[in-house]
Design a protein around this ligand. Structure first.
Ligand code: NAD
Ligand code: TYD
Length: 336
């Protein structure tokens, strides 16, 4: 049993990871999250009273707050999810992306070194590799060529982690994963936005020609990969994870409409995102060979399951859309 400090555990992937650890291991979990617009403690209502769980509201870019959290909880392992994560927001204003993703990562590396953390897992993204043409895959050797302020800030954080390994001999691993989907994803990202809009009979905005390709992975498959990298990864190594499920956006949107039982007349072609990456596709053979990892969900099964979840948990996303979810912290913890 280890004490694991998870950052960003109130977000989409982080909350799925916290649940996996609490229900599927005997580790203790300390969730450090600033509760930005993307942080939602309602993602964790089923496990929030678990005896091996603690929540700390804190900003990873605040060295004083992080010092207090590390001093109090003395984690052995850090798994770092906290980030500004939405490309469209980074196009509008990159300030928070640089602060959280770059500065915040350095603060965590510093505190982890000072407090003797034995393993630091940095959760990164395939987007640091840039964009592919119609052929080929990203491997761990692909040069870093980020194109959006989001991916550039994630690439910056990856390089700081690499430097911590080389300069301070820290035991860090970096994971890079393709586009996730599944329960508790904030409905600003493609799949949950399209599901929620389709369920409400609202228009589905497709950027550009809708032919951009993403490699979709079900969120718990990603979480299993992170756990395997945490347990068996080699210090200083990078591990790619992908879903082996390349799909054009338009295909994804039409599948959602079909499964929700709505017509394609809801599709609206809108102005393209500036600098829109055309295609991402992951070669995960290193993770398969060295960690024994493999994704369990096909895209079809994962999408079906995800739609069922959004149908059954309509109050969850309605409270996100209305903003009501932001009152939950004050109600539970008596603070704003
Ligand atoms: P998310 O936006 O759903 O959640 C981010 C979480 O981080 C939120 O709970 C938020 O409150 C918290 N946070 C933000 N700024 C913070 C700060 N300064 N201090 C403390 N907490 C802060 O993100 P996600 O989709 O769950 O992604 C998690 C991680 O996985 C990110 O690092 C992202 O780059 C990476 N990733 C995401 C995907 C994807 O498809 N979503 C794919 C590959 C990698
Ligand atoms: P997104 O979920 O924002 O993830 P990322 O940009 O990090 O890959 O977008 C996935 C794809 O869907 C991307 O090609 C942009 C496109 N997209 C739309 O066409 N319409 C939308 O409303 C959104 C949010 C995304």
């Amino acid at each position: 049993m280890s004490k694991i400090l998870v950052t960003g555990g109130a977000g989409f992937i982080g909350s799925n990871f916290v649940r996996m650890l609490l229900l599927g291991s005997d580790h203790e979990v300390v969730n450090v999250d600033a509760l930005t617009y993307a942080g939602n403690l309602e993602n964790l209502t089923d496990v929030e009273r678990h005896q091996r769980y603690a929540f700390v509201r804190g900003d990873i870019a605040d060295p004083v707050a992080m010092d207090a959290a590390f001093a109090e909880h003395r984690p052995e392992i850090v798994v770092h999810f906290a980030a500004e994560s939405h490309v469209d927001r980074s196009v509008l204003d990159a300030t928070a992306f640089v602060r959280t993703n770059v500065q915040g990562t350095q603060v965590l590396l510093d505190k982890s070194r000072i407090y003797g953390v034995r393993r630091f897992v940095h959760v990164s993204t395939d987007e640091v590799y840039g964009s592919l043409g119609p052929w080929g895959y990203f491997t761990e050797e692909t040069p870093i060529q980020p194109n959006s302020p989001y991916s550039a800030s994630k690439a910056g954080s990856d390089l700081l982690v690499r430097a911590a390994v080389h300069t301070h001999h820290m035991d860090c691993v970096i994971t890079r994963c393709s586009n996730n989907y599944g329960p508790y994803q904030f409905p600003e990202k493609l799949i949950p936005l399209m599901i929620a809009n389709a369920l409400e009979g609202k228009p589905l905005p497709v950027y550009g020609d809708g032919r951009n390709v993403r490699d979709w992975i079900y969120v718990t498959d990603h979480c299993e990969g992170i756990r395997m990298a945490m347990e068996h990864g080699k210090a200083g190594e990078v591990y790619n994870f992908g879903g082996d499920a390349e799909r054009e956006n338009l295909f994804v949107v039409k599948e959602i409409l079909k499964l929700v039982g709505k017509g394609e007349d809801l599709i609206r072609y809108v102005k393209d995102r500036p600098g829109h990456d055309r295609r991402y596709a992951m070669d995960s053979s290193k993770a398969r060979a060295t960690l024994g990892w493999t994704p369990r969900h096909t895209f079809e099964a994962g999408l079906q399951r995800t739609i069922e979840w959004y149908v059954q948990n309509r109050p969850w996303w309605e409270r996100v859309r209305s903003g009501a979810y932001q009152d939950y912290y004050a109600q539970q913890y008596g603070r704003r």
